[in-house]
Design a protein around this ligand. Structure first.
Ligand code: TRP
Length: 335
């Protein structure tokens, strides 16, 4: 039996390079070795977009296409729609007993997000408790591994705590899931901000066209202490070099550029131009694949989601049978 992987995306917009290094890359890498589930997390997207259901709906296909474009293969991985797995909602309710409000309040990712969304004064309960629902996403599939970006680590830790409590109070049902982190720990925004986000406008999307990539890269922040191209520059923590390291396949070129940069022998513009080229070479096949999959039409995409959701639900309903038995609420299942 293969071990299971579960991960997911909120369908609130197209996916970007941060998603790629954080999770998408590992999805493509591990899809053969593991039984892999990719969740389109529409319920979670609605926790802060409940007034914009059309936005969530229209991004279901975008997120699916981004996954397909980077090589997550629908014949290997299983794509499922979160809201169509009602077992997850059921498990969320049971899990809510196993976590305290103060524990949830300490989650640093949720804290940041509350600030970002201006939820300090009036915090929707659904948003506050989405990590509980995320724990249910993972546990309803009884996943062992969860490929995610670094920002998601608090949620995985929370999931392990809940799963452990469940197992020790009732019965051993859940594996304690482990996070798999991308090899680039955190990709900064093009403005050097540690957080990449659509609202900050510092994001390069997987589907951006070559001109857009060029425009965004040429506007990137570099070494703030460097005034002239002949000044010795800093490579460490410099967003342009972090991107070179992450996406430029020509490692020799990157090493050469770093060396020249530190000696004040190459300007920011040249380093950025090389990054534009490298990024476009990296994105070309992704764009091409996205275009091809898009061309196959909505029916093709629907079929991937319908059959995947069905498969995920089979696992989810087995899990809930185990959960009900463990929790002694399996009243009329006496076989
Ligand atoms: N919170 C994740 C994000 O914002 C999306 C997500 C939902 C997820 N459910 C999940 C990730 C389960 C991993 C496992 O990107």
């Amino acid at each position: 039996m293969k071990k299971r992987i579960l991960t997911g995306d909120r369908p609130t917009g197209k996916l970007h390079l941060g998603h790629y290094v954080g999770s998408l890359y590992n999805r493509a890498k591990f899809q053969e070795e593991y039984d892999e589930y990719v969740l389109i997390a529409d319920v979670q997207a609605l926790t802060d977009n409940f007034e914009n259901p059309e936005k969530v709906r229209s991004n279901i296909y975008e997120v699916l296409l981004d996954n397909l474009a980077v090589g997550v293969d629908p014949n290997k991985a299983t794509f499922a729609v979160q809201s169509l797995i009602p077992e997850t909602a059921e498990l969320t309710v049971f899990f809510a007993n196993l976590v305290t409000v103060s524990r949830l309040e300490r989650n640093p990712t949720v804290k940041d997000e509350i600030k970002q969304r201006g939820f300090e004064k009036s915090l929707p309960l659904g948003f506050f408790m989405y990590p509980v629902s995320q724990a249910a996403d993972i546990c309803v599939i009884r996943a062992h591994l969860v490929p995610v970006g670094e920002d998601q680590l608090p949620h995985i830790e929370q999931t392990r705590e809940i799963a452990h409590r469940f197992n020790s109070i009732y019965k051993e049902v859940f594996p304690l899931p482990e996070a798999i982190i991308g090899k680039v720990r955190r990709l900064p925004g093009t403005d050097g901000n540690v957080k990449m986000s659509k609202s900050l406008g510092n994001v390069i999307y997987l589907g951006d066209d070559p001109e857009t990539v060029k425009y965004k890269v040429m506007g990137m922040y570099t070494d703030p202490t460097r005034v002239h191209p002949t000044d010795p520059g800093h490579v460490e923590g410099n967003p342009v070099f972090i991107y070179h390291d992450a996406f430029n396949a020509n490692k020799e070129e990157v090493a050469g550029l770093k060396d020249s940069y530190e000696k004040g022998k190459v300007g920011d513009i040249e380093v950025k131009k090389r990054l534009v080229k490298a990024l476009n070479e990296f994105l070309d096949p992704i764009r091409e694949k996205r275009f091809q999959f898009q061309g196959r039409g909505e029916k093709f995409l629907d079929e991937i989601l319908i059959s995947g959701t069905k498969k995920a639900r089979t696992v989810a309903s087995q899990t809930m049978k185990m959960v009900r038995e463990a929790m002694r609420v399996d009243y009329f299942d006496k076989d």
